[in-house]
Design a protein around this ligand. Structure first.
Ligand code: 5GP
Length: 117
């Protein structure tokens, strides 16, 4: 079952959250349940539920997710030590919020890519 997402309310300022970065295409803010010392979510301003829903018109926005991730990694001084970018899609990935978002995780050694329960 797809749940409502809260990210639109964060992007529009309806829910007060520390916004780390915002422009015409994307918004970045801290994950509320951080899984690493740096755990930032970078989210398109436009609601796109999953990667399955992206279109050719979204390519500029999808590229912006990466350029903003690189800027935030540098700002947090984790660009040389390294970090992980994750985008979940649908149930088997564990996607909780149905509004595409990129997780930026770093600040410690992150271990193997997958933990399968
Ligand atoms: P997903 O599993 O969908 O890839 O990741 C959703 C992420 O959104 C989770 O890591 C969760 O902690 C985060 N999250 C869910 N609700 C909120 C919220 O209201 N505020 C913030 N800052 N993060 C949230």
């Amino acid at each position: 079952m797809k749940k409502d997402n809260i990210f639109i309310d964060i992007i529009t300022g309806k829910i007060k959250t520390d916004i780390l970065y915002q422009d015409d295409l994307v918004t970045a803010f801290h994950d509320k349940n951080p899984k690493a010392p740096v755990h930032v979510l970078i989210v398109p301003n436009k609601l796109i539920p999953t990667v399955n829903d992206v279109t050719d018109q979204d390519e500029q926005m999808l590229g912006r997710l990466f350029t903003v991730a690189a800027k935030i990694a540098k700002f947090n001084n984790i660009h040389n030590s390294g970090y992980r970018l994750i985008i979940n899609c649908n149930y088997h990935s564990g996607q909780e919020v149905y509004h595409i978002h990129m997780h930026l995780l770093g600040g410690q050694f992150l271990g193997p890519l997958l933990s399968i329960i």
